[in-house]
Write a protein that binds this ligand. Structure first.
Ligand SMILES: [Zn+2]
Length: 72
């Protein structure tokens, strides 16, 4: 599946970063996708395929009530 991402999008990955965060900001688009961890600011380059496999959801920038689902 093809995911439409834009620079500056906040996205959530399936796997947790070692720092404990799931959320990343898109900082580079191209053959590789550059994302930056929102918590520890670490930057990672992923091939688009890899990115799409790890991608879980978009995080809306201005969500007044962050949804908390039961699974942790
Ligand atoms: Zn991190």
């Amino acid at each position: 599946m093809r995911i439409e991402i834009k620079l500056g999008d906040i996205i959530r990955l399936r796997k947790k970063h070692p720092c404990g965060s799931f959320e990343w900001k898109v900082v580079r688009l191209g053959a590789d996708i550059g994302i930056k961890c929102l918590k520890c600011q670490r930057q990672v380059l992923l091939e688009r395929n890899t990115f799409e496999r790890r991608f879980k959801a978009f995080v809306p920038p201005a969500s007044p009530q962050p949804q908390r689902s039961g699974n942790r």
